[in-house]
Design a protein around this ligand. Structure first.
Ligand SMILES: [Fe+2]
Ligand SMILES: [Fe+2]
Length: 281
């Protein structure tokens, strides 16, 4: 999916309700609800692929943004990354994690900030974010267990539903959009793909992530490894039981699905355990 294809998407329908018309008007006419990508996340993305990357430079830049630096250290010390002791400095964290995981975690921090400033939809965005972190873990596990290499697996799983947060942000400014209303939820489901793909493009993220955002509900697009892995991750995190045909379309068989499910359950249990053992920073 490229920028041009998305630019012509979704003309405002006449027959649909006012809320959908208003949402599409805002999505179509500009940068409504588009979060700004902090400089540090953009730099981490560039450096992760660079063999000569300078860790000290990235650490310095992270530290110029204290809220991000604090959240980054706390996330780096938690869950998957905890190894029995607390990492005290940004630079030590980056050295320990490596640039790729640093990039993943910085994007996680940026994404978790999407609740900031919301007046009415914080809990919806928080739930969407937490589901996305699970999905990021599942996408990485799927990539490893199913032998489908994807360097950006965590990022694809993490960001594929980020369009939901954008739409809630747009609705936050529309008085007739009520939290919990079935119409709001229907519109989030219907339009979050293109809303997320536009964020990924505005942030100049790699095409796998744009595709994962744009096409993860489209079984016909499952020839992309990123899209396939995210679809599998969505299934496993929703505890869905796909049938053999669906798995075949996604490129795996029943035995592989069982292996993936077990590996994800183990990984999730380990993360929960590490979280419970963690000494507060
Ligand atoms: Fe989705
Ligand atoms: Fe999803």
């Amino acid at each position: 999916m490229n920028e041009q294809e998305l630019a012509v998407a979704d003309p405002v329908p006449d027959s649909d309700g006012n809320l959908e018309r208003e949402l599409l008007k805002q999505l179509n006419t500009g940068r409504a609800g588009l979060p700004v990508l902090p400089q540090v996340a953009g730099l981490a993305l560039r450096l992760a692929g660079d063999r000569n990357a300078n860790v000290a430079e990235l650490a310095r830049l992270v530290e110029t943004d204290p809220p991000i630096a604090a959240r980054f250290l706390s996330v780096a010390n938690s869950a998957l990354y905890f190894r029995g002791f607390v990492i005290g400095s940004t630079q030590a964290a980056i050295v320990r994690l490596g640039l790729a995981r640093t990039r993943d975690l910085l994007f996680q921090v940026v994404y978790s900030n999407t609740t900031v400033g919301l007046k009415r939809f914080q809990s919806e965005v928080r739930v969407s974010f937490e589901r996305s972190v699970s999905c990021a873990i599942a996408t990485r596990v799927a990539s490893q267990v199913l032998g489908m290499p994807l360097e950006l697996s965590y990022m694809c799983g993490l960001l594929h539903d980020i369009g939901e947060a954008r739409i809630y942000r747009v609705f936050d400014h529309i008085a007739s959009a009520s939290p919990g209303s079935p119409e709001v939820e229907r519109l989030v489901r219907k339009h979050h793909n293109r809303a997320g793909a536009e964020i990924a493009m505005a942030w100049h993220l790699p095409s796998e992530i744009v595709d994962a955002c744009a096409a993860h509900h489209d079984l016909g697009a499952s020839d992309s490894t990123a899209v396939r892995l995210v679809m599998l991750a969505d299934l496993v995190t929703q505890a869905a039981e796909p049938d053999s045909n669906q798995l075949f379309t996604l490129g795996i068989n029943d035995a592989q699905w069982r292996r993936f499910k077990e590996a994800f359950a183990r990984e999730s249990a380990t993360s929960r355990q590490r979280m419970a053992q963690m000494t507060p920073v």
